[in-house]
Each structure stands twice: as structure tokens, then as C-alpha cells.
Ligand binder design. Structure first.
Ligand SMILES: Cc1ncc(COP(=O)(O)O)c(C=O)c1O
Length: 412
């Protein structure tokens, strides 16, 4: 089953009309398709061998119900904070399938990760390595680690989602790699078992990821010289999706190519996909509040804003917009703007739509980096999330209330 389809002029999610869900739960709301998540995940697993692992990047969409769907599919997880780790545990994930990335891991978060016995801490600096050594010694616990390298590979995607350039804060260069490798020889509690890399997001060209694999293999040789017993290569995430006209590479052919390149080595592989698992599995549904036709532009003023879906304002990103129910109205070109008092609150430009006041529209491909990036700017309430599985819809996050909004503010 495809997650989102049009049938008889209506947009459906799995077997349910989106209009029915929007009427039941009101708008704006994120709606997810469980079947689309499953399909996307399964594109990764077909070619994997025993011991290889997909660690879904929780940052893309961290709702615990979404994580639970992925736990049930056998997924591992890539987390970038102690709270993402707690979400995974709450969702029933096996700590032995969790890796911890990120440049600023706090002592508290590292203690949590070490006490949970997660699969790997992916180290991003020499200072971090020293901190991990101290904590493991204090706790007297063995820790399995990977070192994240920075291969200096441009991906050509938006500069805010490039992570593998030498000017990026992520990963380490060859000198630091060597320093960490030498230091680790004298640390009996630290097991350097892997090398990791993640060069960026929304990558359309698999060959860039293969290029980063070459760097992992060079780093592997260096670590072997220091007698570290390497067990895995973590190739990161980054495969893109089609928002507009992009033609991203296919996960299975990427994995086959990786396996082909490492066939002579006794190493497992890990991938950390986020966007390519949940991106196409979600939409943001919104209602047209007003149509404001001016001599310069036609504005469709909608009830969702840049605080709900930040990607267009942050990255100038494109989300296809669909009418939830086709209507027999004149088409017009609209700029879709939200209620936030900022001129950057534009969710889509120059879209030809047949809409009138009160109609629902859907921003497609909003399942990754959508809800997780939302904010309360302008005291707007965070919107609900609904997960559809076949013909059943489940509220997996309720709409925030005014009381929730001010709950952390101390009494007057
Ligand atoms: C370390 C790491 N792994 C995986 C991902 C997931 O990337 P994507 O959602 O593009 O697959 C990210 C996102 O930037 C990341 O920083």
C-alpha cells in the first residue's frame, strides 16, 4: 500500500480520507502513514546481512509511537541527545541497537548512555574521548565506541545540511583520529570498534556516500595499525527524497554497492537514515482561513505557520501542496502564508490551486524534520500528530493547550 493516494478527487492516507481526519482532529495537524514508514524501512533491509543494522535517525521524527513502529520492524536508532535516547528506551528499543552521535554530548547524557549499555558512542572530538574515558572509569564500565571522521566531501545540498566539510563542526580530521587511536590503546575500558561518518542530508547521488566509504576504509587501516579490533563501519544517513524533482538514489542499490566494496573485510555495516524513512510518510494538513487577493499577489492565508513547518522559512524548501478535496473552482496562483508575524512565514510560493475559505490543503512530505522542528513562536500551540494504520487513525500527540504553553512559567 502506498501511504498517500488520490481517489475520486480526494486525498487519502492509507485507507482513510484526509478530510475525515482533519474534521475529527481539527487543523493544523500532522498525519502519518504507518504503511509508508514500513515500505521505506523495508527498502533498506532487503540487502542487509546478519549483523548489519539500520539505526533510524531519531531527530527526523521522534514521536514515541513512530519509534515503536520502527522497533517492531527491528530497527536500531541513532540518537543525538539523552532525551532522544530516553524516547527510544520508552518505545521499547534494545539499547544494544542504539548509537549516540553529536558533537556536544553532556556528561549526564554520556553517563546515561554508558549505564544503558548502548551499542556505540560515536566520538566527535578528542575532548569528548577524554570525557568518555573518565566517565567509563568512574562507572567502571566498558564502553564500545566509534570515531566519527570528517571526510571533507561536499554534497551540493543546502549549506545548512552539509555536515562533512572540513569547515563543519562534525567528525575529526586524520591527526585527531590518530591521537585518539593512540590514546585508546592504553584504555582497557574503551573498545574502539567502529568508524563513522555522515556527510549531510537530502543527498541525491549515492556515489558521494560511496566516496565517504573510501575515507572510512582509510581510517580503518590507521586504527588497525594501533591494534584496535574493528567490527563495524557506520556510513551515516543522508539519502534524499523527492520533494519536487529530485531523483535520489535507491537504498538497496547503495547497500549492495557498499557490501561489494567491503566484501573482503570482516566488518558489519550500519546506516543511519532519517528523512528517507519518515519524510514521505507524513503530511501537514492546514485550513484556508482567508483569501486575500491583491493587485500584486494572491495570498492564501492558512492556519499553519512557519512555527509548525519550519523547512520553507529555514531552507527555502519546497513542499508540494495538494487540495485535500478537489473542488470545481477557478484555479489561481497563490502564495501560502501563515499567521506568524514575520514576512518569512511563507510555506509555499506560486502554487496553482482551486481553493476557497475553509478548504483543507496538505503539505506533502512533511514527516521528517517537520513536527520535531516546530516551536511556540507567537504563542502558537504545537499541533497534534495522528498515525494512520490501514483504516484506523490514532492520536499519537494531542494538541497543546494554553495551560501546557504556560506550564513552565513560574507563578505571578
Ligand atoms: C549523525 C547523523 N546521522 C543521521 C542523520 C540523518 O540524516 P537523514 O535524515 O538525511 O537520513 C543525521 C542528520 O543530519 C545526522 O546528523
Amino acid at each position: 500500500m502506498e501511504g498517500f493516494n488520490e481517489k475520486e478527487g480526494q486525498l487519502y492516507v492509507d485507507d482513510l480520507p484526509v478530510s475525515e481526519i482533519a474534521n475529527n482532529y481539527s487543523t493544523p495537524a500532522f498525519i502519518y502513514s504507518a504503511s509508508e514508514i514500513r515500505n521505506n524501512f523495508n527498502k533498506y533491509t532487503g540487502a542487509l546481512r546478519k549483523g548489519d543494522l539500520i539505526c533510524y535517525a531519531v531527530k527526523a521524527n521522534s514521536n514515541i509511537h513512530i519509534l515503536k513502529e520502527l522497533v517492531d520492524l527491528g530497527s536500531g536508532f541513532d540518537v543525538v541527545s539523552g532525551n532522544e535516547l530516553k524516547r527510544c528506551i520508552q518505545a521499547g528499543a534494545d539499547p544494544k541497537k542504539i548509537i549516540f552521535s553529536g558533537v556536544a554530548k553532556s556528561s549526564e547524557d554520556l553517563e546515561l548512555a554508558i549505564n544503558e549499555g548502548i551499542f556505540s558512542i560515536n566520538i566527535e572530538s578528542e575532548d569528548e574521548f577524554d570525557r568518555v574515558c573518565n566517565i567509563s572509569q568512574n562507572l567502571n564500565k566498558e564502553v564500545q565506541c566509534a570515531i566519527r571522521i570528517n571526510p571533507d566531501i561536499p554534497t551540493g545540498s543546502h549549506k545548512y545540511i552539509e555536515t562533512g566539510l572540513k569547515t563543519s563542526k562534525f567528525g575529526v580530521g586524520s591527526e585527531t583520529l590518530q591521537n585518539i587511536s593512540s590514546k585508546a590503546k592504553d584504555k582497557p575500558l574503551i573498545k574502539i570498534s567502529g568508524i563513522a561518518c555522515h556527510i549531510g542530508s537530502q543527498i541525491s547521488d549515492n556515489s558521494l556516500i560511496i566516496k565517504s566509504l573510501e575515507h572510512l576504509l582509510d581510517a580503518q587501516k590507521l586504527l588497525i595499525k594501533d591494534e584496535h579490533k574493528l567490527e563495524f563501519l557506520d556510513i551515516g544517513g543522508g539519502l534524499g527524497i523527492t520533494y519536487k524533482e529530485e531523483t535520489p538514489g535507491n537504498p538497496e542499490s547503495l547497500i549492495l554497492e557498499i557490501l561489494n566494496k567491503i566484501s573482503a573485510l570482516d566488518l558489519n555495516i550500519i546506516l543511519e537514515p532519517g528523512r528517507s524513512i519518515t519524510g514521505t510518510a507524513g503530511i501537514l494538513v492546514s485550513k484556508v482561513e482567508y483569501l486575500k487577493l491583491t493587485e500584486h499577489k494572491n495570498f492564501a492565508i492558512i492556519d499553519a505557520g512557519m512555527n509548525d513547518l519550519m523547512r520553507p522559512a529555514l531552507y527555502d524548501a519546497w513542499h508540494t501542496v495538494k487540495e485535500v478535496k478537489k473542488r470545481d473552482l477557478d484555479k489561481k496562483i497563490y502564495e501560502l502564508v501563515g499567521p506568524v508575524c514575520e514576512s518569512s512565514d511563507v510555506l509555499a510560493k506560486e502554487r496553482e490551486l482551486s481553493i476557497s475559505q475553509g478548504d483543507f490543503i496538505a503539505f506533502m512530505d512533511a514527516g521528517a524534520y517537520g513536527s520535531v522542528m516546530s516551536s511556540n513562536y507567537n504563542s502558537r500551540l504545537k499541533v497534534p500528530e495522528i498515525l494512520v494504520n490501514g483504516s484506523s487513525a490514532k492520536l499519537i500527540k494531542r494538541r497543546e493547550s494554553f495551560e501546557d504553553l504556560i506550564a513552565l512559567e513560574t507563578n505571578l
